[in-house]
Write a protein that binds this ligand. Structure first.
Ligand code: NI
Length: 254
């Protein structure tokens, strides 16, 4: 059995024990990890991890909360990183209206520039959407993001939004939140998604699933989320692992 953690931040300072974390991850059947950048430094660090560890792949991008730091030189660096074979996506990019350090207008500009970059490079996008569902959909539609598609990471919308994503070349990534008591909408989405529309992720170090909720998250805990979803969908853990890993490999051309 193989699992694919499609969203991790192993370059964060939380992981001074990275070799042990990766050992636990492989003991728990996680055979691929996508490490995702949030700014220029972490995009570089993600690619370095991908060069150092066979099972790690990288995404490069500027998180909406850092949107004010994206200039032309930043785009040039992202373009340069993307020349590496192990750089398989642009992200995480999108909108975060929960935090307002960066204005909506600047977030939207950074988002549009990076959609254009993903299309130019022919790379799928890792989309961050927090309390911005409507604008995410409007911008993806306006920029014709369908051409490259990607994934709605740590999906937090309802079934209608998931359906829009599936119809527009996006997969839906389910994280540990699905195991939380009040995650009714997400459970609805996770039970209705077609097999070819679902990915799994940890978003570690954040959002550890039950029974690790509140602790530092890590790829090894992906099995709790996968196990929960297999019970929800009344199928085997092996089947969930099989199709979500296949979907991830296809999306990121691994
Ligand atoms: Ni993230």
């Amino acid at each position: 059995m193989e699992l694919f953690d499609t969203h991790a931040h192993l370059d964060f300072k939380d992981y001074d024990d990275l070799p042990e974390v990766l050992e636990a991850s492989s003991e728990n059947n996680v055979s691929q990890i996508l490490n995702v950048g949030i700014d220029i430094d972490s995009s570089r660090a993600s690619l370095q991890l991908a060069r150092d560890y066979e099972e790690i792949y990288a995404a490069a991008g500027i998180h909406p909360n850092n949107g004010d730091r994206l200039d032309d030189q930043g785009i040039e660096v992202l373009r340069m990183l993307a020349a590496d074979k192990k750089l398989v996506a642009i992200g995480e990019i999108g909108l975060d209206y929960y935090r307002d350090r960066v204005s909506k207008r600047i977030q939207q500009e950074a988002f549009c520039k990076q959609i254009a970059l993903a299309k130019e490079l022919g790379l799928p996008m890792v989309i961050h959407d927090r309390e911005a569902h409507r604008d995410i959909v409007n911008i993806l539609r306006k920029e014709q993001a369908y051409d490259v598609g990607g994934v709605f990471h740590c999906f937090s919308g309802d079934w209608n939004m998931a359906k829009w994503g599936l119809d527009n070349n996006f997969l839906i990534a389910i994280g540990g939140v699905v195991t939380f008591k009040n995650a009714h909408d997400l459970r609805d989405v996770a039970s209705r998604l077609p097999r070819d529309g679902m990915l799994l992720e940890t978003d570690c170090p954040f959002l550890a699933p039950e029974p690790k909720r509140g602790k530092r998250n890590e790829p090894a805990y992906l099995r709790y989320t996968a196990g929960y979803i297999s019970a929800l969908r009344k199928t085997s853990l092996e089947e969930i692992a099989y199709f979500t890993t296949l979907n991830g490999r296809k999306l990121f051309s691994i």
